[in-house]
Unconditional design. Structure first.
Length: 294
């Protein structure tokens, strides 16, 4: 293997939507070659990201640190998340704050939000509601007019909305949550990452604590709110009728769709399919309708 062949292998891997175990093995070997022979910093980042996605966090940390020490400041946010959530064993808020701060200096808005969360919760720093709010407002000013679905508009919107509700301004929170819901549901259609579903759930639950749901016209993502209490919903789609039911089993909320059972609302929304489409990519253009049963 030489440098050019290794780079071709890496490029092909990232174009491959369904890599095999052999593809993954050849990819990692090519990455190791480029790191050892070429000291290629981008490859360190790519390999760290690959291992992060595989939940092999010790290896992700290894290559992220290697890239950071080689001068890649942009990888600092990945290290911040590893230490913030204790991906390698124990949470280390001191390290998380250090790397998130480095990432924030480079304009990383997600890192800025995590620093805000640290001030809200007192994680590694004294609790400070004013700093929390100020950091959120700083991020919001940068994303409020964004058209990029992966900017953290939904994340900052539901946090600011919660502050507005706490301060006694619920009507000002509603448009923030509606805009956040629109962005996060569109993002999920492009990237069904589980973390996006968490943001979606928090946004929707908060929104419908302030406004009334139209039980004759709601979308799949509104099921985060509808199914919170045991109920039945009928879905009309592609000439078929499906019954969706939430119920309690062993003190846990479960979801049934016809004969299939799901361990949570998130699990249902991520995995259920109708007419060959996952729930999260069906939209109103597909002419579906849902109705909550009395």
């Amino acid at each position: 293997m030489d440098k050019n062949e290794a780079k071709r292998i890496v490029e092909r891997f990232f174009r491959n939507d369904n890599p095999t175990k052999d593809d993954e093995f050849v990819f990692t070997e090519a990455c190791h070659y480029l790191i050892e022979v070429e000291n290629d910093r981008d490859t360190m980042v790519n390999l760290g990201g690959y291992y992060y996605d595989k939940e092999k966090y010790n290896l992700a940390e290894k290559y992220y640190l290697m890239a950071y020490e080689a001068g890649d400041d942009w990888v600092a946010d990945g290290l911040g998340f590893i230490y913030y959530y204790g991906r390698t064993g124990e949470r280390d808020y001191e390290k998380a704050f250090f790397y998130f701060s480095k990432a924030k200096e480079n304009g990383n808005l997600e890192a800025a939000m995590k620093i805000a969360d640290m001030y809200r919760n007192g994680y590694g720093v004294p609790k400070d509601k004013e700093k929390y709010k100020a950091l959120l407002l700083e991020v919001y000013e940068k994303v409020k007019d964004t058209v990029q679905l992966f900017d953290p508009l939904p994340e900052v919107s539901h946090r600011l909305a919660a502050i507005l509700i706490e301060e006694g301004h619920p009507q000002e929170a509603i448009p923030l949550l509606q805009k956040g819901k629109n962005y996060i549901t569109q993002r999920i259609r492009y990237n069904a990452f589980w973390g996006n579903f968490i943001v979606c759930r928090r946004t929707i639950e908060l929104l419908y604590s302030l406004i009334e749901l139209d039980e004759e016209s709601f979308d799949f993502f509104d099921l985060f709110y509808v199914l919170k209490t045991p109920c039945k919903v009928k879905l009309y789609y592609m000439g078929n009728v499906y019954e969706i039911e939430s119920y309690i089993e062993e003190d846990e909320l479960r979801v049934r769709c016809d004969t299939k059972h799901y361990k949570s609302i998130e699990n249902f929304l991520i995995n259920a399919t109708f007419g060959g489409k996952h729930t999260y990519i069906i939209d109103f253009e597909d002419f579906y309708r849902m109705r909550k049963e009395p």
